[in-house]
Design a protein around this ligand. Structure first.
Ligand code: ZN
Length: 288
């Protein structure tokens, strides 16, 4: 058998809305239920954004608390909160979920054109983000949209702001970022320092291509409605679990066993399940 494969389910993101697909989970209840189904299908990590009752992405802690409580009641998945919620919120807002001391959080490792917009992550913000994560005991998931972002991470690491093993997430095929193809993926993986852990996702129609390449190259896979609302051409994915289940089947054919959440914690060097998820007092909090 090959090395265990960590599947990250990117549950809803901050870009697609219900007008694009009716299957997008948006309330804390829907997000937790969708993540729990993805866990049943083989995902060890839930990458979470949250939305307010007006259908707008938000970083309001009360929504994250709800997701933690509802998902923690159902399973022991690792929760990976976003610090890039979509739009152009102020830096303080982007950092706010780190107050929950999550096990994992995304660190978008540089600025990039993103569709018709620009996703700004200045060197000053990256340092602040890495320092805040270190203070909250949160491991950064280093999101890489293009090659130069790896260099940005190596600089943060040289400054002592990251802890090894470094965990990279390649997000390929964003218009404005690195393309989703084998040549690019091989170049990115070759550019990592020894001992790094890496995962990849292909946006939109590239989801399966990138997953197959990644499984065969020994990486880990991210998949989900954040990255692709279609299961195949002209057919909307009905759930995150449906997308995760396909990756689980591909992994089985490649003889890569799926990592459980605790195996994923060991691989990523996480100390243990977030105390927050286990804190019964959370049930007294909810969105206001
Ligand atoms: Zn995200």
């Amino acid at each position: 058998m090959g090395e265990p494969l960590i599947i990250s389910a990117a549950i809803c993101g901050g870009e697609h809305t219900r007008s694009a697909t009716p299957y997008l989970p948006q309330t804390p209840e829907e997000i937790a239920a969708s993540a729990a189904e993805a866990s049943e299908a083989g995902a060890a990590i839930a990458h979470v954004h949250v939305w307010d009752e007006h259908g707008r992405p938000t970083q309001d802690l009360s929504y994250y608390r709800q997701v933690y409580r509802l998902l923690g009641e159902r399973c022991d998945m690792i929760i990976n909160v976003t610090t890039g919620p979509g739009g152009t919120p102020p830096d303080d807002e982007r950092l706010s979920p780190l107050e929950l001391r999550p096990e994992l959080a995304s660190l978008d490792a540089g600025s990039v054109n993103f569709g018709d917009g620009v996703f700004i992550n200045s060197p000053r913000f990256l340092r602040r983000l890495a320092k805040t994560m270190a203070a909250s005991g949160t491991k950064p998931e280093l999101e890489i949209f293009d090659t130069a972002m790896i260099e940005n991470c190596l600089r943060l690491n040289a400054e002592g702001l990251l802890a090894e093993p470094l965990y990279f997430q390649f997000v390929l095929g964003v218009p404005g970022g690195a393309p989703a193809n084998a040549r690019t993926l091989i170049h990115l993986v070759d550019s990592l320092p020894p001992g790094s852990i890496w995962s990849a996702t292909g946006i939109g129609r590239h989801a399966v291509d990138v997953a197959m390449l990644t499984i065969s190259m020994g990486g880990h896979v991210r998949v989900g409605l954040e990255d692709s609302i279609y299961y195949r051409h002209h057919q909307l994915a009905r759930s995150n679990a449906e997308l995760v289940a396909r990756i689980a089947r591909l992994a089985a054919e490649a003889e890569r066993p799926l990592a459980s959440p605790d195996q994923a914690r060991t691989i990523l060097g996480l100390p243990g399940r977030s105390q927050l998820a286990l804190d019964p007092s959370l049930s007294t909090h909810g969105p206001t």
